[in-house]
Write a protein that binds this ligand. Sequence first.
Ligand code: ADP
Length: 355
Amino acid sequence: MAITREAILDVLGNIIDPVSNKDIVTAGLVRALTLNGDAVRFVLEIDPARSKMMEAVQAQAKADLEALDGTGEISIVMTAHSAAPAPPDLGGGKKSEPAGPQKIPGIDRIIAVASGKGGVGKSTVSANLAAALAAEGRKVGLLDADVYGPSQPRMLGISGRPSSPDGTTILPLRNHGVTLMSIGLMTREDEAVVWRGPMLMGALQQMMTQVQWGALDVLIVDLPPGTGDVQMTLAQKAEVTGALIVSTPQDVALIDARKALDMFDKLGTPILGMIENMSTHICSQCGHEEHVFGHGGVATEAKKLNTPLLGEIPLHIDIRLASDGGAPIVVSKPNSSQAKAFRTIARKMIDDGHA
Ligand code: ADP
């Protein structure tokens, strides 16, 4: 039997919120419920101070829904509601009803940079596009939401901690014309961060709403690889203009990229296009061209999926050296062919009105 929204709400309506003693539906904790085939997703809005207590509620909701006939994958994301410092006016109106994606004041566009798997160059692409857009005169912010491996501070040559003079708002740092906030700036570089679900959501929300981004033409969000809670929270909390998917030409990376595309589709985030990274390798010694990971795989895939291929970035040691040195190649060698590959994509984003 096909599962219905009503049946799900019935089940959730029997779970009591220990804070208000009402059921979690009446208490307004269930948000953004979506039913996709038999897959159930929703957000559980919680008071961050009670996240531990609410984990039991989350577990019960999951177990009860799994026991319901006809349900498939159950995905419940816990997010902190804005009991803490209210974010800057999120569009005015009913402040007590924080639901659905919000526009972040002062930020004209949000572009998510995603990949199906790690190590394909998503952060490299994010850093270079941000710096290239800044060089074109755009006001650019970069939010490093890759909570599992934040690398933007290193790639953009930024260290030190962001300050918070009033204990509420966070002042971001800036280099190469890019305003940066990264979870990596809140932790020590050698410190492994284990983020539990609610913490992760809280951190993302905080970075979006409490950081003083100033007026931005575009905020680029460097997402963690894969399809997880961060992607979902971002799409449900903020109005995302669109997503760029980075992949290498190999089959295995492409299969994962397809999953990422599918996820954005389900979340209702427009896919702006795909970028092939580590496309062609040109030997820095002899100029010989070879295709280490194959070539053109992303172009074929993009065509199949009816998504534009925005560009192909070569595999070149200078790209890595530049990132490791804290000045992306579009800044350190702006006239190189590698830098031009990034700049062409940035230019296209501007021409298409996406930056
Ligand atoms: P991801 O964010 O997808 O995990 P990174 O951007 O951190 O990937 O890239 C992984 C490693 O590969 C880094 O050391 C980076 O400098 C290097 N790299 C990425 N793209 C290129 C490229 N086109 N040419 C050379 N090295 C690259």
